[in-house]
Design a binder for this molecule. Sequence first.
Ligand SMILES: [Ca+2]
Ligand SMILES: [Ca+2]
Ligand SMILES: [Ca+2]
Length: 364
Amino acid sequence: MSTAVAPPAQGMFRFEPHHRGRSPYLVPKQKPEIRWTMETSAPVTSSPTVSSEGLVLGASHSNKVFALDRDGKLAWTFATGDLVWSTPAIAALGTVYVGSDDDNLYALDGKTGKMIWKYRVGNCSQTVGIGPEATRCDVDAGPTLGPDGTIYTGGDAIYAIQPNGTLRWRFTTGGHVASAPAVGDDGVVYAGSQDNSVYAIAPDGRRQWEFRARDDVESSPAIEEDGTVYVGSDDNRLYALSPQGQLIWAFTTGDDVRASPAIGRDGTLYIGSFDGLFYAIRRDGTLLWAFRTGDRIFSSALVDAAGTILVGSQDDRLYAIEPDGKLRWSVELGGDVDSSPVLGPDGTIYVGTDDGKLYALRAP
Ligand SMILES: [Ca+2]
Ligand SMILES: [Ca+2]
Ligand SMILES: [Ca+2]
């Protein structure tokens, strides 16, 4: 099966389909100051996305998706029918894709925020609110934009949706999928599920392999240049899996690993755990260093162009950590920093917190 290659997407969760978490920009040397905040009145767990024109897209548990210019001026908002955990993705031509706990994947016009289409994921009898049936079809994974523009997300299964809003394939899982699918150069799609498995799915939607962890896999996989797949699990481990689905190694932390790994340009893996530690792990699975934060880490790290790491913690801080594991600076924000930080071209950091705010931070 040949795959057409379109211009790369402008942004998405973990930045690109391999999910390596690498930013082409630099984390500020100096401790940054708050430039502006956007008050959303509900926790911001979703990660911001910056368009190539500098538009900042965010979403929150206020049910809303919003776009701000680089000065924090609101360009548009779009209301969904329930909480938004999903991170907005922006395609090459500017269409914004985002999921909601109302069980829809939305395509929005990036300039106006107007809805182009919505796709109902699954057929849950209760779409909004709390309880197993209300959350089973939540669209909180990614979405991830593949090299040919296909949109991958999760819900009651793993979904591949065409850019025109029609289904390409649906892959059945035994549990909810909160893990944002990663897409390899060969078009193979990898995602985890609350059924404890990691799945590899061929471009035609058929199963290639399944790897069983010992607990939920909510972490989103990352794919290295050599095809190795790295993913965390609630069984406290970070797994390294071969492209054929064989276990290469497992690194054990002290608690759930819900964050997604970042892969440095030298192959070093960076990931936090609910044990409060942030780990740098060599590609052979041995510990390089660990950095202690004051609470659980849900936020997925960013690696900048020079190897500096940026990550949030539920101790309400955003940390910049040097490649050798030493603290560069940390900033206290107003609540758990579960959102994954992103960098703009000018070094501005965007991140959301549980206090309901989206922050723009910049060195003085
Ligand atoms: Ca729902
Ligand atoms: Ca656990
Ligand atoms: Ca906290």
